[in-house]
Design a protein around this ligand. Structure first.
Ligand SMILES: Cc1ncc(COP(=O)(O)O)c(C=O)c1O
Length: 334
């Protein structure tokens, strides 16, 4: 289907509040309603009231299960029987494997050789069939194309897909019900599926709500795209946040352009400090990509920006918790 057609099918964007509500009804039997945590210590540190939406407790350890589950259970039986394919280095791969397992269909996962070990283990745990590729987009895409040809399965993109965006948008429905006083939501951005769904749902429910993206400096294509007014891709990325190295897509860009109020970029050391605070104060194990929202709220560029002075009740999406802790555990050994 042409991009134009896919966009206009739901009106202006690839998803809308009705597709997000449909997704919520479709995935409700399968997903966890994740808790919202708060901490007076972190409120004091940030100078705001913070509401942490704990998607690291979602099945598969990340919000990705919402979109994957919606996409897999949206397929007609005749489409679904041959299975699903994706190329992903991480959380979408595990989420798709789990969703396919629940539907009783195969999942073929093209995984780059440099993918984090714990994320590969997750794919195996949920029964995904791994096909290795070189760690570059060209190899990932050509390997996936070959799998598609061999199997006749359906390709499910990690973010540039209305069904995925709609599934991710269910986070806002839950969060605004759990903490209706929120005036701002901060979410990580990579391909933009998460923030597109979150922004579409949140701004329909409350048009005054601010939606801010958090992005690593070493993969700041969203910030550059917003500044340029068009999609910008980077020759390379360099960040500890392994889930945030993809570039925004043609279906997520219109939502990011129109509904994301700003992109806050942070350094890797700020992300690691935020992970540490999550562990020490909230007592939860968040991965780097998942902790970036807290890093953004604590960053000087956010705190010193007069535009965000009145963001007093902030929902922060802790998007995932799949992190390789081998070195940390080794450090406890005597
Ligand atoms: C933990 C985590 N947070 C955030 C993201 C970004 O999601 P999106 O690509 O939809 O922007 C990802 C993507 O893989 C992720 O794994």
């Amino acid at each position: 289907m042409e991009v134009e057609e896919r966009q206009t099918r739901k009106g202006k964007y690839a998803a809308d509040i009705s597709s997000i509500k449909e997704a919520e009804a479709r995935i409700r039997p399968f997903i966890h309603k994740t808790p919202v945590l708060s901490s007076e210590s972190l409120d004091a540190l940030s100078g705001r009231r913070l509401f942490f939406k704990c998607e690291l407790f979602q099945k598969g350890g990340a919000f990705k299960f919402r979109g994957a589950c919606n996409a897999v259970f949206s397929l007609h039986d005749d489409q679904a029987t041959k299975g699903v394919v994706t190329h992903s280095s991480g959380n979408h791969a595990a989420a798709l494997s789990l969703a396919a397992k629940l539907r009783g269909i195969p999942a073929y996962i093209v995984v780059p050789k440099n993918a984090p070990k714990c994320k590969v283990e997750n794919v195996k745990r949920y029964g995904g069939q791994i096909i290795w590729s070189e760690p570059n987009m060209q190899s990932r895409e050509s390997t996936a194309a070959k799998v598609l040809q061999d199997t006749g399965a359906v390709l499910l993109h990690p973010y540039n897909d209305g069904r995925i965006i709609s599934g991710q948008g269910t986070i806002s429905l839950e969060l605004l019900e759990q903490a209706p006083q929120i005036d701002t939501i901060v979410a990580p951005i990579s391909g933009g599926g998460l923030i597109s769904g979150v922004a579409l749902a949140a701004k329909t429910i409350n048009p005054a709500i601010r939606v801010l993206a958090a992005e690593p400096k070493g993969a700041n294509d969203a910030a550059q795209s917003k500044a340029a007014g068009k999609i910008v891709t980077l020759p390379e990325t360099n960040t500890v946040a392994d889930g945030l190295r993809a570039f925004i897509g043609d279906l997520t860009w219109p939502v990011i352009r129109d509904l994301v109020d700003d992109v806050i970029t942070v350094e890797d050391n700020e992300i690691i400090e935020a992970m540490k605070l999550c562990y020490e104060i909230l007592k939860i194990g968040v991965e780097p990509s998942g902790a970036i929202g807290l890093a953004a709220v604590l960053s000087s560029s956010f705190r010193e920006n007069p535009a965000w002075k009145d963001c007093s009740h902030i929902g922060i999406i802790l998007s995932g918790g799949n992190v390789d802790l081998g070195v940390l555990w080794d450090s406890f050994k005597r």
